[in-house]
Design a protein around this ligand. Structure first.
Ligand code: SF4
Ligand code: SF4
Length: 466
């Protein structure tokens, strides 16, 4: 957190109830963060470490109070359990829940009645996924139209619309109707055909490419989601460049396999290796204009001067409807019935949603000393639960990506500033110290020297974006 503000040189935002640390930060010079004036922050590392003493507790309360209120305006429909593919890593298949149930228009009506009975919203977003949503054919359009009608009746409109698809069942008519309604499509690819078809089945790359061509002929640019496993982890940078140059998607999201209970070990790759590969992919493909979601959204924090309070929409923005008429906040909870509740018993104010709202590293004791606190989000709640942990607990395996990112970011700032630029707030030695993973050492040699040479937010952003 403090490193974050230090690197970006942004002002710490003032809350209604300023903590002692914040008061001192804001009173300092121009409101930036000279570490030397906040010794409380140095006790266990460069971040606010709210563990002991009144100042620490005050800082923690401040951070927790800043966590945004839950909105639950990001609606997802799991439209069908059926799928065209038999991917070896499919979580649905591994969890034994693959069936043929599909959402019906009456179920969609009931959902919106339930939703607007509790929420007044001018805008919601709607995402369609499965299984394979395009197997519903033009039935998908019925669901969209009914949703639009229900929203208009409630004086709301659907802003963003998305569909996640493997592309195999996207007809020309369906592509046209989706395009007419402004639905943005994300197609799943694991790489070029010789990589993709290893796990997804023969001909699946060609099928996804057919769908991509249909959307391209309508002037639509698709996004790409890419499951990462042993078949492609070693090639992620090359794959990202391949897609950036051949398909020119707007964005690509790498999806490391979640550790679903019962999944064979041989479909997993260590997260720290995947993290390194994603960062290499960013180095190569971001200059080609590709938004590598897993990395770019962390870079965005430095660009926009924000803090990441949670890892995913399940904590605060998302509501998911499943074909069996249950709802919950996590779109993958088709494998975890304990996280879903029948619509007739569900409430956005009920524990099924509320228990997720404090799932943030700022509420997790084991995270409060972590140097990744400001960028991490705390990892996947479903992973924690599948591992037999509580919803407020983190899965330590999820720490690999934020740690790798922070090391990379520090290295990059050092490299882009010739390694010896005085950063004023965090000196070069401090950054080197961080990079070596020694942040837990309470004797950090912060300098906090006042004067010129301070890195501006724009400079740091530039270092990470170039
Ligand atoms: S989940 Fe891990 S990396 Fe993230 S804040 Fe907690 S301890 Fe740090
Ligand atoms: S809890 Fe995990 S699986 Fe569920 S939405 Fe969040 S990141 Fe995805």
């Amino acid at each position: 957190m403090l490193l974050f503000h230090s690197l970006t040189n942004t002002k710490a935002s003032g809350g209604k109830e300023l903590c002692q640390v914040w008061e001192r930060l804001l009173a300092s010079e121009d409101g930036t963060v000279p570490v030397s004036v906040v010794p409380e922050c140095l006790r266990k590392g460069p971040f606010l470490v709210p563990v002991e003493g009144e100042a620490d507790q005050s800082a923690l309360r401040h951070l927790q109070a800043e966590i945004p209120q839950a909105t639950r305006d990001d609606v997802w429909f799991f439209v069908t359990e059926a799928c065209t593919n038999h991917c070896r890593y499919c979580r649905q298949r591994i969890a034994g829940v693959k069936g043929t149930r599909a959402l019906e228009v009456t179920g969609v009506q009931k959902f919106w009645t339930w939703y607007f009975g509790q929420r007044t919203r001018e805008h919601v977003s709607l995402s369609l996924f499965g299984g394979e949503p395009s197997l519903l054919g033009l039935g998908l359009i019925d669901i969209l139209e009914e949703s639009e009608r229900c929203c208009v009746t409630a004086n709301a409109r659907i802003g963003e619309k998305n569909m996640f698809s493997n592309g195999m069942a996207v007809s020309g008519d369906l592509a046209q109707e989706l395009s007419n309604r402004g639905v943005k499509v994300v197609l799943s690819f694991d790489g070029p055909a010789f990589v993709n078809d290893v796990m997804r089945g023969q001909g699946r790359f060609a099928g996804a490419m057919r769908a991509r061509a249909r959307f391209a002929s309508l002037g639509e640019n698709v996004g790409i989601s890419l499951a990462v496993g042993p078949h492609n982890a070693a090639y992620l940078p090359e794959i990202a460049v391949f897609f950036a140059e051949s398909l020119k998607p707007k964005n690509i999201c790498f999806i490391p396999m979640h550790r679903t209970r019962g999944a064979p070990d041989d479909i997993f790759v260590a997260y720290d290796y995947i993290a390194q590969q994603m960062l290499r992919a960013y180095d190569l493909a971001a200059p080609l204009g590709l938004y590598i979601e897993n990395v770019s959204r962390l870079v965005d924090l430095f660009v926009t001067g924000s803090v990441r309070y949670s890892a995913c929409g399940a904590t605060s923005t998302r509501v998911v409807l499943f074909p069996d008429g249950t709802v919950g906040p996590c779109q993958s909870s088709y494998i975890e019935p304990s996280l879903r509740v029948p619509l007739s018993e569900a409430s956005l104010a009920g524990p099924e949603f509320k228990q997720w709202e404090c799932r943030s590293p700022f509420f997790t004791e084991g995270c409060l000393n972590c140097h990744c606190l400001g960028i991490c989000g705390g990892g996947c709640g479903l992973d924690s639960i599948q591992r037999g942990r509580g919803i407020r607990e983190t899965d330590p395996r999820d720490c690999a990506v934020p740690n790798a990112f922070l090391n990379w970011a520090v290295d990059r700032v050092l490299a882009r500033t010739d390694g010896d630029a005085p950063t004023t707030i965090l000196g070069t030695q401090d950054l080197l110290f961080l990079r070596r993973g020694m942040v837990a050492n309470p004797q950090l040699p912060f300098r906090g020297v006042a004067g010129s040479g301070r890195l501006t937010a724009a400079q740091v952003a530039q270092c990470l974006l170039e």
